[in-house]
Design a protein around this ligand. Structure first.
Ligand SMILES: NC(=O)c1ccc[n+]([C@@H]2O[C@H](COP(=O)([O-])OP(=O)(O)OC[C@H]3O[C@@H](n4cnc5c(N)ncnc54)[C@H](OP(=O)(O)O)[C@@H]3O)[C@@H](O)[C@H]2O)c1
Length: 230
């Protein structure tokens, strides 16, 4: 990723792979914040329809072309799909910021949400290890329920926080830009080893671990500083 791409006003293209609840809300927020997005989805039609709706800052492409042409890639997909796709496109992810909003959940046959990884294993720890060495990995954009993400941008009088977790400085700079463009305040919760704190279920810094609340920067800093529950 070019160093210059981290500053607002300097060209940065963000691919959003998956335009469902999370990817769709994110695409709307980023375009409203002046960012260029390339949208991709499984059969392409949802990505094309959303790109048409969002105007000249949004384009639709195949998953491969979206990743190839982007500086940052958001995998707004279920964890099992991310695990399938990253190995397929690994060579295209070298030197890109890879943004992962996934939680370790799936639906069982009764439509109930169930955890898909052991209690103390984060989705982040799984996704990060699939990436090529040159990718810049960050966990972000999955710390609120999709409805809160869609409705919480540009909150007044104080913006709501979106936490992120990364070990990578370039990824941190880019995600802070994108979180601000999306209408939220960014706050680092820690490194990849801490990412479970911002995942659900169980993360104390996920919206669902904060009694469903959206927190401002002061509240978020206090929550990060508090010891995570054992
Ligand atoms: N929903 C929430 O409240 C929430 C909150 C926090 C985090 N998350 C996390 O965010 C992630 C996405 O959740 P979501 O609720 O946004 O999911 P979703 O609404 O079901 O959307 C999934 C998207 O993935 C696309 N997709 C599926 N297989 C694909 C493939 N092989 N190639 C390209 N695209 C593919 C689908 O494409 P089509 O449109 O063509 O079907 C769809 O656009 C999950 O990991 C979830 O844990 C969700």
């Amino acid at each position: 990723m070019a160093e210059s791409a981290s500053r607002k006003g300097v060209g940065l293209t963000t691919a959003i792979v998956g335009v469902g609840n999370i990817g769709g809300a994110l695409a709307r927020h980023l375009v409203a914040g002046g960012e260029s997005v390339v949208l991709a989805s499984k059969d392409g039609s949802r990505a094309e329809a959303l790109a048409d709706e969002l105007g000249p800052l949004a384009h639709a492409a195949s998953v491969e072309d979206a990743i190839a042409g982007a500086d940052a890639v958001v995998f707004a997909l279920w964890l099992d799909t991310i695990k399938e796709l990253i190995p397929q496109y690994a060579r295209l992810l070298e030197d890109k910021v890879v943004i992962d909003p996934s939680n370790p959940v799936a639906f069982d046959e009764n439509g109930q949400v169930m955890r898909t990884l052991p209690e103390r294993q984060s989705a982040s720890s799984v996704v990060a290890t699939l990436l090529p060495a040159g990718a810049h990995y960050v966990k972000a954009f999955g710390t609120l329920g999709a409805d809160a993400l869609a409705k919480g941008a540009y909150r007044e009088p104080r913006r709501a926080v979106l936490f992120y977790a990364t070990d990578d400085d370039a990824a941190a700079t880019t995600i802070e830009r994108l979180i601000r463009a999306a209408g939220f305040d960014p706050l680092k919760a820690g490194g990849v080893a801490d990412a479970g704190r911002i995942e659900a279920p169980g993360g104390d810094l996920h919206q669902f671990g904060l009694n469903g609340e959206l927190v401002d920067l002061d509240q978020a800093r206090a929550a990060v500083a508090a010891e995570p529950p054992v």
